[in-house]
Design a protein around this ligand. Structure first.
Ligand SMILES: [Zn+2]
Ligand SMILES: [Zn+2]
Length: 164
């Protein structure tokens, strides 16, 4: 193995890591919020001297923590579903059956695409009902994974607003 091929391999690694960096950062963010809330609820809260620790506050804190974990689980679940579901139309429309007006031909994918379908140059696929390319997940938001994207956003929003 020459030095150049070694350098090329290292560069490939770096490039791949950079590609997944937004996902990693996102996960770290969600993790740190949950860890912070757990810490605040479990460690900090009982140490406050002027606040009387009643039975109800304990119950409320436990509930709060449970809700937080529920949100966290949902974020992870929806994010993983979102990443697993490819928004590509490849494999969905086989052959030229049902082709009607408004269909175009994508030269990059070498396939016919229905209306409201556009090609993403980052994902290198045609995406059905493409909304946008999400930089945090490094994937397009389209017809097939739109609901996962929305629920992930919703849980992140409620999760972060309930923890603050
Ligand atoms: Zn395409
Ligand atoms: Zn994309």
């Amino acid at each position: 193995m020459t030095w150049f091929s070694f350098a090329g391999r290292v560069w490939d690694r770096v490039e791949k890591t950079c590609l997944h960096l937004p996902i990693v950062l996102n996960t770290v963010l969600v993790f740190s919020i949950t860890a912070e809330v757990s810490y605040l609820v479990l460690v900090e809260a009982p140490l406050q001297p002027d606040q009387k620790k009643t039975q109800w506050s304990t119950v409320w804190k436990t509930l709060h923590l449970l809700v937080q974990y529920f949100m966290f689980g949902n974020i992870i679940w929806n994010a993983s579903l979102f990443l697993k579901t490819s928004p590509s139309i490849q494999g969905v429309f086989l052959g030229s059956e049902g082709m009607a007006q408004g269909w175009r031909f994508c030269y990059t994918c070498e396939t016919h695409t229905p209306p409201r379908c556009s090609h993403c140059y980052d994902c290198k696929v045609c995406v059905l009902r493409r909304d946008h390319h999400c930089v945090f997940f490094g994937q397009c938001v389209g017809f097939r994974n739109y609901r996962y994207f929305l629920s992930c956003l919703l849980f992140m929003w409620t999760g972060s607003s309930s923890s603050s």
